[in-house]
Design a protein around this ligand. Structure first.
Ligand code: S3P
Length: 163
């Protein structure tokens, strides 16, 4: 069985849904942000601050290529679809599930979040970023799940019934 790659904007629930799918499917879980931190021995905010976003995106591509392409649930970073090379790789190697969440719901979920460099960058228009990324999420998606009013359990069940 091909690995499942969860894609979606910050706050769409990729990490918690991956954990829930793990207990249902008994597959391995990988988290690209965690893998970046382990491999490069730096946390994500430090990478953004000291190396910049472009370097972070290079790290992200390198790590994506290191993920298991079989029987693994991979929670990806929200910007994994920014690079065309990543979109092509995802479409070739994985079953891609796009967790689609509305702007209003993302804002609600991340109101207390101070850990994500892009979310906390006041000079970035995050709503516009979501709009710009939407076609890229659609491009790679094999399945689309609307997450707004659903629990983690409901979303995991929906994913399992669709793949
Ligand atoms: C990012 C999302 C983050 C993380 C990094 C950049 C983005 O992951 O990869 O801060 O560009 O949307 P989450 O989607 O898990 O928050």
């Amino acid at each position: 069985m091909r690995s499942i790659y969860l894609v979606g904007f910050m706050g769409s629930g990729k990490t918690s849904i991956a954990t829930h799918l793990q207990s249902e499917l008994k597959w391995t879980v990988q988290d690209t942000d965690q893998m970046i931190e382990d491999y490069y021995q730096m946390n994500i905010p430090s990478i953004f601050k000291e190396k910049g976003e472009e370097t972070f995106r290079e790290y992200e591509t390198n790590i994506l290529h290191q993920t298991n392409i079989k029987k693994t649930i991979v929670a990806t970073g929200g910007g994994i679809i920014e690079k065309e090379v990543n979109r092509e790789w995802l479409q070739t190697n994985g079953t891609v599930v796009f967790l689609q969440t509305s702007w209003e719901e993302i804002e609600r979920r991340l109101v207390e979040d101070h850990s994500r460099p892009i979310w906390n960058n006041q000079s970035r228009d995050k709503q516009k970023l979501l709009e710009e990324r939407l076609p890229k999420y659609f491009e790679v998606a094999d399945y689309i799940i609307y997450t707004d009013s659903k629990s983690v359990e409901e979303i995991a069940t929906e994913i399992i019934s669709q793949i």
